[in-house]
Design a protein around this ligand. Structure first.
Ligand SMILES: C[S@@+](CC[C@H](N)C(=O)[O-])C[C@H]1O[C@@H](n2cnc3c(N)ncnc32)[C@H](O)[C@@H]1O
Length: 455
């Protein structure tokens, strides 16, 4: 029905909604907006529909030990390893943004050595435990579970709002499990591994036991039903799942138990690798994507990887930038000369600035500089990685593009351009799937696989 007072309705729309409604990008697509960039690069994008996301991993052995919404699918990593298995017979693999270790675990399941860097200490711990506890006896792990005392309470982290994160009965039971794990001895390497597996299992159940959910950002869910017994039920289930997988590893992958896999808690922009790599398979943070620290603050607090909000912020500030970093960090970035820029970045920055002025408002007025810092950070990571690639090595990046203040940002093509600037050849750019992100949901973005090669 037509409104009798359209002007009134218009007034009620806040500036944000108005901008979405009036966006010149409504119904548009990255395919059309990429044309000039592709022409300049002299490449075309091919189709290669792929299961990129982590979701199927929840049914895959080892990968299922920890739920991690930002990881990518083990199947995808396997397809890349298959693609190059004839060319590199025993490849050494690197993932500079290791996350929970999907690339590294999958490499080890193929008997390939691998190295990863990851700045979030919780994710590094998860990846390391998934990689380096393959020799733990499932019987001993289940024995430890059975022996866990129920009278040693270890309180929830005081800097988090645990009382609002969990129902009182659930919170109490989590503190009992936490205390039980804490009392477990870890003097010998074998005991340490068992304890790490118990801690990993505990970290995996925290969000499910809470009043929150990652969708993919961590947020409260109205009326989430969590039974007081959930911590014990889920913890038991998880430890049993891990024990089943250890049994499988020790029968079907026993030759690879000692294959070297290392994950260091380090910044991919500066970490100096000792090895040289044949294949770099990775997925950097997406520009208007997630906050890889705040999204895991509950687990980081409970596992004592952070003891205050200040600790969390410190880790976040070192990461490849996301769009909710502190204004001070961005101010410091634009007050000093950037490491990298190119004409595309400068044009994108200018267009965003102009559109923010035209709109009269935007979530972040310093958005042009956030965008610039994002590519500056990626340049630094890529430069560091290229230095440790062998000749003819491949650098494969999975990335999503963005639309910011009605300006299209072709992240995949910019990454390809940075690769070229660093002396790599653009071998192919494949579209894995369509995606939607940000305010203009009718604008079709893509997720791509960029393959670069060192000649
Ligand atoms: C898209 S996720 C990678 C997920 C991974 N492919 C997986 O399957 O688990 C990007 C990761 O990069 C990490 N990260 C961000 N900036 C970093 C930096 N400068 N050095 C190392 N890791 C960083 C984040 O903590 C996050 O875990």
């Amino acid at each position: 029905m037509k409104s009798l007072f359209p002007e009134l309705k218009e007034l009620k729309l806040d500036a944000r909604k108005k901008n979405i409604r009036n966006s010149p990008k409504k119904g548009g697509s990255s395919t059309a907006d990429s044309v000039p960039y592709l022409k300049e690069l002299n490449v075309a994008i091919s189709q290669n529909a792929q299961p990129i996301q982590f979701t199927p991993n929840i049914n895959e052995h080892i990968h299922r030990w920890a739920p991690y919404v930002q990881g990518f699918s083990a199947l995808f990593v396997q397809s890349i390893l298959e693609q190059y298995k004839k060319e590199y017979r025993q490849p050494v693999i690197l993932d500079p943004f290791a996350g929970c270790g999907t690339v590294l675990v999958q490499s080890k399941l193929n008997g390939y050595k691998s190295v990863g860097t990851e700045l979030n200490p919780l994710l590094r711990f998860i990846a390391d435990t998934k990689l380096n506890c393959w020799d733990v006896s499932p019987k001993h792990l289940l024995g430890a579970l059975k022996m866990m005392p129920k009278n040693k309470i270890l309180p929830a982290p005081s800097f988090l709002r645990s009382a609002s994160h969990f129902k009182p009965g659930v919170l109490n039971n989590l503190e009992i499990i936490n205390g039980g794990i804490n009392s477990f001895r870890s003097r010998t390497p074998k005991q340490k591994k068992i304890k790490n597996l118990l801690v990993l299992a505990f970290s995996s159940i925290l969000t499910d036991c809470s009043n929150l959910k990652r969708t993919p950002c961590l947020g409260y869910v109205k009326d989430k039903a969590v039974d007081d017994s959930a911590p014990f039920v889920l913890f038991n289930q998880k430890v049993n799942e891990i024990s089943d997988d250890l049994r499988l590893i020790q029968s079907e992958f026993k030759d690879f138990i000692n294959t070297k896999s290392t994950v260091v808690c380090a910044n991919a922009m500066t970490y100096k690798h000792r090895s040289k790599f044949n294949l770099v398979i990775t997925s950097p943070p997406y520009m208007n994507g997630l906050d890889y620290v705040m999204n895991y603050k509950i687990e980081m607090g409970w596992l004592e990887f952070a003891a205050s909000q200040k600790d969390l912020k410190k880790i976040k500030d070192e990461m490849v930038v996301c769009d909710n970093v502190s204004k001070g960090l961005i101010r410091r970035f634009y007050s000093a000369p950037a490491t990298y820029t190119n004409p595309w970045i400068e044009k994108i920055k200018a267009d965003i600035e102009q559109n923010i002025k035209r709109r009269g408002t935007y979530r972040r007025l310093d958005m042009p500089y956030i965008v610039h810092k994002y590519f500056d950070d990626l340049y630094r990571v890529m430069k560091n990685v290229v230095a440790s690639m062998k000749r003819r090595a491949r650098f494969i990046l999975v990335v999503g593009d963005s639309l910011i203040a009605d300006v299209y940002v072709p992240t995949d093509l910019l990454i390809a351009k940075i690769g070229q600037d660093l002396g790599l050849k653009i071998e192919k750019i494949e579209k894995a799937r369509d995606r939607r992100s940000g305010q203009i949901r009718s604008y079709k973005l893509r997720e791509s696989i960029v393959t670069l090669q060192k000649e």
